[in-house]
Design a protein around this ligand. Sequence first.
Ligand SMILES: CC(C)(COP(=O)(O)OP(=O)(O)OC[C@H]1O[C@@H](n2cnc3c(N)ncnc32)[C@H](O)[C@@H]1OP(=O)(O)O)[C@@H](O)C(=O)NCCC(=O)NCCS
Length: 152
Amino acid sequence: MIEVRPAELDDVAACVELAAGLAGPPRSRLLVQGALERRELLVAEAGGEVIGTLAYRTDWFGCSLVTLVSVRGDWRRRGVARALYRALEVRISSPRLFSSTPETNAEAIRMHGALGFTPSGYVDNLPQGARELLFYKRLEPGADGSPTSSVL
Ligand SMILES: CC(C)(COP(=O)(O)OP(=O)(O)OC[C@H]1O[C@@H](n2cnc3c(N)ncnc32)[C@H](O)[C@@H]1OP(=O)(O)O)[C@@H](O)C(=O)NCCC(=O)NCCS
């Protein structure tokens, strides 16, 4: 069973390892540590192990932005990223959720489409070389006032 929960200090090493493939070790640590300190870091856990992580921020032009999502290789295509985004969506209060990926990452582009995101521009001139594609999803308030996805 997969459980999604806020990350704790003990999860940092696993999250940095998951992030390292995307951002490289020094930047991954900064990204993960910063998100943990802001309490904007989620982990997916199965059998007592961290199998995925999602970092976000809520101060991006007054909107929420996912800054990292990564799932352990042996757990991909089993709904872990879907569970992480769903858990995020009930936590944030902004109805505007953004997420991004380099234009070379076909898997992540497909995932954003499958999770109900639509393209929302791109960022040029980043050190990674490839453009960063932005994705947007409008969240509707749930019965309890918390945002829930309008498309799942
Ligand atoms: C992209 C990534 C986070 C997806 O995580 P995941 O747990 O495998 O995704 P899910 O199983 O929740 O997939 C949700 C939907 O996205 C789509 N999807 C995900 N991975 C896909 C792939 N490799 N090919 C095609 N579609 C894919 C599917 O529609 C999937 O639903 P389905 O399996 O019911 O068809 C994962 O592949 C990963 O960690 N990649 C390396 C890091 C990365 O690229 N991060 C994103 C950029 S920041």
